[in-house]
Design a protein around this ligand. Sequence first.
Ligand SMILES: Cc1cc2nc3c(=O)[nH]c(=O)nc-3n(C[C@H](O)[C@H](O)[C@H](O)COP(=O)(O)OP(=O)(O)OC[C@H]3O[C@@H](n4cnc5c(N)ncnc54)[C@H](O)[C@@H]3O)c2cc1C
Ligand code: SF4
Length: 814
Amino acid sequence: MAQKLVVIGAGMASGRMLEHLFEEAPGAYEVTLFNAEPRGNYNRIMLSPVLSGEKTFEDIVTHDEAWYAAQGVHTRFGEKVVAIDRAAKIVVGEKGEVAYDKLVLATGSTPFIIPMPGHQLKGVVAYRDLEDTNAMIAAADKGGRAVVIGGGLLGLEAAAGLKLRGMEVTVVHIMGHLMERQLDASAGYLLKKALEDRGIEVLCEANSEEILGEDGHVRALKLKDGRELPCDSLVMAVGIRPGVTLGKEAGLDCGRGIIVDDAMVTSDASIFALGECIEHNGQIFGLVAPLYDQAKVLAKTLQGEAAAYVAREVSTKLKVTGCDLFSAGDFAEAPGREDIVFRDPGRGVYKRLVLEGDRLVGAVMYGDTADGNWFFGLIKDGTDVSAMRDTLIFGPSFQGGASSDPLAAVAALPPEAEICGCNGVCKGKIVEAIQNGATTLDAIKASTKASASCGSCTGLVEQVMAVTMGDAFVLPSATPMCKCTELTHEDVRLLIKSKALKSMPAVMQELGWKTPDGCASCRPALNYYLLADWPLEYKDDRQARFVNERNHANIQKDGTYSVVPRMWGGVTTPAELRAIADAAEKYDVPMVKMTGGQRIDLLGVKKEDLPAIWADLNAAGMVSGHAYTKGLRTVKTCVGTEFCRFGTQDSTGLGIRLEKMLWGSWTPHKLKLAVTGCPRNCAEATCKDIGVVCVESGYQIVVGGAAGMEVKETELLCTVATEDEVMEIIAAFTQLYRENARYLHRIYKWLAKVGLEWCKAQVVEDLANRRALAERFEISQSVYRTDPWAEHAKPSERAKWAPIADLTLVEAAQ
Ligand SMILES: Cc1cc2nc3c(=O)[nH]c(=O)nc-3n(C[C@H](O)[C@H](O)[C@H](O)COP(=O)(O)OP(=O)(O)OC[C@H]3O[C@@H](n4cnc5c(N)ncnc54)[C@H](O)[C@@H]3O)c2cc1C
Ligand code: SF4
């Protein structure tokens, strides 16, 4: 007599298992199939095409009524199983009990709903089944706006579907790039761009705080930064949890999922489980490929045959028409791994292969995924790829090698792209001059003025010549920025502006970087360039900074840190001195020292004490002196007219004004200023990056001094009559330096390249340009004139500074 098999859940995993079972052992079991959904098995992964209108539900049904009838399955659809009585071997359904000899749990998973205020409002939906899909279609029929929380596979499919149905859609994603579990930042950038091209707004690094409602219905999503995104419908697609409740209540061993062995047997020998509800060897599942393997194994187990499930690599594709992406294996960075990267900015193609020794372990590709399955095969089989390493990235059909074209980024620029910023010369004009016979750089300079001013676009002009003239022009060799690119710093700076590149992945993709994420040399430089060019749009990447800037303190040779509060213009008060003294005592600061820049340095502070000492100094009204930054350090002053017999102007007051204007700004290298009240120069203004020497008739602004490895006297930029002019010219000059110098060049080095005369023309003679530069400086400062200590001293941030392990406690215990 046939045994009684009860299956709970008519989803994709149990559906496949039953197919195998009926085929391999017809009549072995009398099956009762429960499903909480009021229907049988359908291809859940095709709900997205149903949502977008590309398919109907009927198209995706995998097992219809006739199939169940033919197999003799007793279907209990629309009935949830509420309990399992293992002792009596009975499952309790909402409409009655059924006895079993063997029981299969295939309850899938439940979507995770962030329990934030407002999650129960009408109009908030998850994305899991046909009901959710129909709810979204009904909402879209009314039009309006939708917000999707979650930039993973499901969230993006929901967003694309709703957009196709005519809604205005915004995706809110907490991570730095979309689908971060499947894609690296570069592929994530291309995906974001593709979605934006089809009108979907994408907000990364956006943290949701509350869902706002009106009359019980969702009205908007409020983000942690205070932004409100109005919406008529809100889809939450932030992850799934294995459906363990039933198994857990029945006393089966559960971890994150219902625990099964290799044969899909739970802790009860009569009960089996498979699909998204299980945990196998600590792993849980979210894609169908492994579930189908489990289905095969369980069908064998139910026939009494030995079979073992072995987890295997999975690959992912996104089912959004026109977004070609593929990801498989592991592409996280790890010691001993190497990358092969191919980028074709013109076609929006990105491919990255990750090798570990002679094996391929991961592949990510966007834009051209034709070879995805071939790479996936190499990963699964662990094929030795050493013999084809040079040509591997070009796929199986590649015949012979071809290196990537370093001039591709320049060739892809449109004619209206600006090449020479100083003189407003675009690529088309240079090409036209070449076609009219200008075949040398001098001839281009003479006929178009391109590269005839500061000269930082010279490399790019030459590249336009090389692209246009081919072999007739020999490109002079220029030093590339680093091993990741053939482009120079200057090229990169200009291309960031002309191609409006606003993120690190955008730069790397569009300019054809040869590595996936850059290196220790280009990342800090790119971070600076992006921050200088797009202060309001680009978000500083702290990880791309050098250690002192990351930690907001100078690391000393014994691993401790120095703490230097800002002293505006070198002036302090008894209250500040008291607070500094108290902090020095409280945190056992071994040395308190005056710096060369008129400030007090607390040396030898332990890393874990940093947030607390910063908080104490903040409480006394002091902020970071940025003694570690590629940015403004100090404005040194002398006493000037207030106390000195020789002073001609209020040098202290001007120093304070300047420091309050410039503090917090990021510059290509450190920036030191001084204001001295008369030519006796007690503040040593003539060896600073920017100095002011007060004289009877006004103020001499001097620039380009150095007193470090090289010693250099400043040169006179101009003499002006009023303090306000000093402020404006220094703001404009600083901005000129910020916008043009290459990263890690002090002002004197940059001046040697662009020339003092060019700077004078920009900030002294051309008044409109001066104003525009000063205005741009102010705009960037609206973001950056903030105290970094305050942020890191917050209780929520303090854990980052705690020691990794307290070894003293371990010692004490031994
Ligand atoms: C919109 C969408 C798109 C997807 N796209 C992809 C993709 O492109 N590629 C991919 O590999 N995967 C994709 N997936 C994931 C894939 O669908 C799942 O991995 C797969 O469906 C899980 O199968 P399962 O049988 O474990 O669970 P399910 O298919 O979820 O089936 C579980 C069933 O059990 C029922 N149930 C639960 N508890 C009870 C109870 N107590 N009593 C009775 N019945 C119960 C549920 O109602 C449900 O019908 C997608 C998922 C969704 C939602
Ligand atoms: S620089 Fe001139 S004004 Fe300033 S302290 Fe020295 S002597 Fe006095």
